[in-house]
Design a protein around this ligand. Structure first.
Ligand code: FAD
Ligand code: DHB
Length: 394
């Protein structure tokens, strides 16, 4: 068995890369460890930067998004029971945010690939990468029906997330990793209730951060800062609603509509980067190479940015045999990654409460007031929040 590019993982990174290669006429096989139902049901991010939404459009994957997704021009910040509207589009020459959830992108991309009749295997096991430092790498795996396969290829794209095999297949000593853990986690809640707001609300409260987001006119999404080792059982519905009311509360009579909680989960927060994002013929993209704390909603957008660079570099190689673009991939991707890491960390520190640091809490308030009242500070914040200039212009 042979293909040009073996893609490990059918998350956003692997699926979007597969689509870009398809449109460029490069063969690829996508291998996914989980079942189709599992990856389509996995609830994660929900906010797309303009450039990510435009990429989906270019790839012909945006029909449903353009019909169903809300486009946001502003968001709200709350602290000290006051609210501040931040007009991000006005401050960034028109950059908006598109609310369309990750598992819908995954569903649309899988549907398109299946419709094209291209190889995408779910439920594969025991994926092993060999000869990555040669010109003839191979991927061994066990298919869903139990048969063993050896797939020869020119390149391997490691799009298998933080817990995947790609990064860990690289010999010790090749990669340098950078890591920071935060003293909090997020409780993510999905509820059957119309959002109590048209725009996202980021709230900084003494009891911890809260975010009011949405998935549709009927479904709301919330996040609450909780301790890192928190037990999900400690959060019955009543406690969730009471905590959201407290943290999001304002003095101007705003009220929170409550409904039925349909899903809840806890996510640890960390910053993580490996350098370089390449070893021989293996290229890492998305969460396989980096994790951001979720506050600024950059994870999914970074995964899309990585695979755009990688697809361009691979296509250049197939067109001309020139590997200069492939050699540049890691450096180009990492510039955007570190920019997003820096902003994700600063937005996380700005909005969460670490009770062990009273001095920090005072400083956060000083900065929050500055960001919400000074036009230049607000503009700077928004430029980071809406995304970054395309790599090359950084
Ligand atoms: P993934 O989506 O992780 O995809 C990797 C794929 O590889 C998966 O389908 C996995 O099953 C598969 N895989 C793993 N190992 C193997 C293997 N050995 N062989 C084959 N396949 C394999 N970002 C935000 O911006 N906002 C949020 O609110 C947010 N919430 C999140 C909540 C959670 C619980 C998590 C885990 C992440 C969240 N993120 C959020 C981050 C965002 O979802 C990720 O950045 C995004 O999923 C990255 O896409 P990816 O394709 O690189 O990785
Ligand atoms: C969502 C998540 C985020 O981290 C964010 O900043 C905005 C929205 C969401 O899942 O809707």
């Amino acid at each position: 068995e042979r293909t040009q590019v073996a893609i490990i993982g059918a998350g956003p990174a692997g699926l979007l890369l597969g689509r870009m290669l398809e449109l460029a006429g490069v063969d690829a096989v996508i291998l996914e460890h989980r079942t189709r139902a599992y990856v389509e049901g996995r609830i994660r991010a929900g906010m797309l930067e303009d450039r990510t939404a435009r990429l989906l459009d270019e790839l012909g994957l945006a029909d449903r998004m353009n019909r169903e997704a809300a486009v946001h021009h502003a968001f709200e910040m709350r602290f000290d029971r006051q609210r501040y509207r931040i007009p991000m589009a006005e401050l960034t020459g028109g950059c908006t945010a598109v609310m369309y959830s990750q598992q819908e992108i995954v569903r649309d991309a899988i549907e398109a690939r299946v419709a094209s009749g291209l190889p995408l295997e779910f439920d594969v096991d025991d994926v092993r990468l060999d000869g990555v430092d040669t010109d003839t790498p191979t991927v061994r795996y066990r298919a869903a029906d139990g048969t063993e396969h050896v797939l020869a290829c020119d390149f391997i794209a490691g799009c298998d997330g933080f817990h995947g095999v790609s990064r860990t297949s690289i010999p010790a000593g090749v990669l340098t990793s950078y890591e920071h853990d935060y003293p909090f986690a997020w409780l993510g809640v999905l509820a059957d209730v119309p959002p109590s707001t048209f725009e996202l609300i980021y709230a900084c409260h003494e009891r911890g951060f809260a975010l009011h987001s949405m998935r549709s006119s009927e479904v709301s999404r919330f996040y609450l800062q909780v301790p890192p080792d928190e037990d999900l059982a400690a959060w019955p519905e009543d406690r969730i609603w009471s905590e959201l009311r407290t943290r999001l509360g304002t003095d101007d009579g705003w009220t929170l509509a409550e409904g039925t909680v349909t899903k809840k989960s806890i996510t640890a927060m960390r910053s993580f980067v490996v350098e370089p994002m390449q070893y021989g013929r293996l290229f890492l993209a998305g969460d396989a190479a980096h994790i951001v704390p979720p506050t600024a909603a950059k994870g999914l957008n970074l995964a899309a940015a990585d695979v755009r660079l990688l697809a361009d570099a691979l296509c250049t190689w197939y067109e001309s045999g020139d590997d200069a673009a492939l050699d540049r991939y890691s450096g180009d991707a990492l510039r955007g990654v570190w920019r997003a890491q820096q902003f994700s960390r600063s937005m996380t520190s700005l909005l969460h409460h670490d009770p062990s640091s009273p001095m920090e809490w005072r400083l956060q308030h000083a900065e929050l007031k500055h960001v919400c009242t000074s036009e230049s500070a607000m503009k700077n914040f928004c430029e980071n929040y809406v995304g970054y200039p395309p790599v090359g212009r950084i």
